[in-house]
Write a protein that binds this ligand. Structure first.
Ligand SMILES: Nc1ncnc2c1ncn2[C@@H]1O[C@H](COP(=O)(O)OP(=O)(O)OP(=O)(O)O)[C@@H](O)[C@H]1O
Ligand SMILES: [Mg+2]
Length: 229
């Protein structure tokens, strides 16, 4: 089982949208996935209860509030478990990070978000000390323009590199297709061109994003096997 945790200390950076997109790709390609909604606002639980017919057959949506998130993670048995956290700093965030095989930290590409990403990385480091294990993490750009990367954003990426903060190569760009499932139910895979602009581009984006994450998880589990020989 691989536990992927979306975390940010700031709200509205794209955790829930990216978490659903990732779950959509994994289940579309046949991987059983549990999606844990650990946000008291329950956006994913609402999505699944409003549109039950649109939930992929191999996706299980669970809710977890406050510190029971560890129990909900431990009770899951699917190959992939994705946790969507509330955008704040609380015990639950630390607990979920403590269980993670990969922590994904979205940022919109401005200085404020970059500073907030560093706060989440501090929590990762603290949990690494407590659990005496490496917790892989990546920062990624969310809601960026599909066409241009402005100078401010390039500077922030340079700043991340200079501080040896690992970033995903793939961003989740801003597209109406990523938002549409919350309004219409289902996933990006069922959208028509009338419901959202260019759903194929969103699918291609989500698939390369998911592929990069799978590669990181495979790399990390191979590394830990080597360490345990
Ligand atoms: N890739 C995207 N393309 C278009 N809109 C997006 C994208 N990602 C997020 N949004 C929009 O930005 C807003 C915030 O996104 P989202 O709810 O995913 O963020 P969050 O980090 O989960 O927020 P919170 O911390 O409040 O839970 C929403 O209105 C969502 O529709
Ligand atoms: Mg959210």
């Amino acid at each position: 089982m691989q536990v992927i945790v979306f975390a940010s200390s700031k709200g509205g950076v794209g955790k829930t949208t990216s978490a659903l997109s990732l779950a959509s790709v994994l289940t579309h390609h046949g991987a059983r996935t549990t999606l844990i909604d650990a946000d008291p606002n329950a956006p994913l639980a609402l999505w699944s209860s409003r549109f039950p017919d649109g939930v992929p057959h191999n996706l299980t949506v669970k809710t977890a509030f406050r510190t029971d998130v560890a129990d909900v993670i431990d009770a899951a048995s699917d190959p992939y478990v994705i946790v969507d956290l509330e955008g704040s700093r609380n015990d639950e965030v630390s607990v979920a990070i403590g269980r993670a095989d990969l922590v994904l930290i979205p940022m919109k590409g401005n200085q404020l978000d970059a500073d907030e990403a560093v706060n989440v990385i501090k929590v990762v480091r603290k949990q690494e000390t407590i659990f005496r294990r490496k917790i892989p993490f990546r920062v990624f750009l969310s809601q960026t323009s599909p066409v241009i990367m402005d100078k401010g954003m390039r500077d922030i990426c340079d700043q991340m590199r200079e501080n040896s903060i690992p970033m995903l190569q793939n961003a989740i760009v801003e597209r109406s297709a990523f938002k549409a499932p919350f309004r219409l139910g289902g996933t990006i895979y069922e959208l028509t061109g009338r419901e959202a602009n260019n759903p194929e581009a969103a699918i291609a984006n989500a698939e390369t994003f998911a592929q990069e994450i799978r590669d990181i998880l495979i790399g990390a589990s191979m590394q830990s096997e080597v360490l345990h020989v």
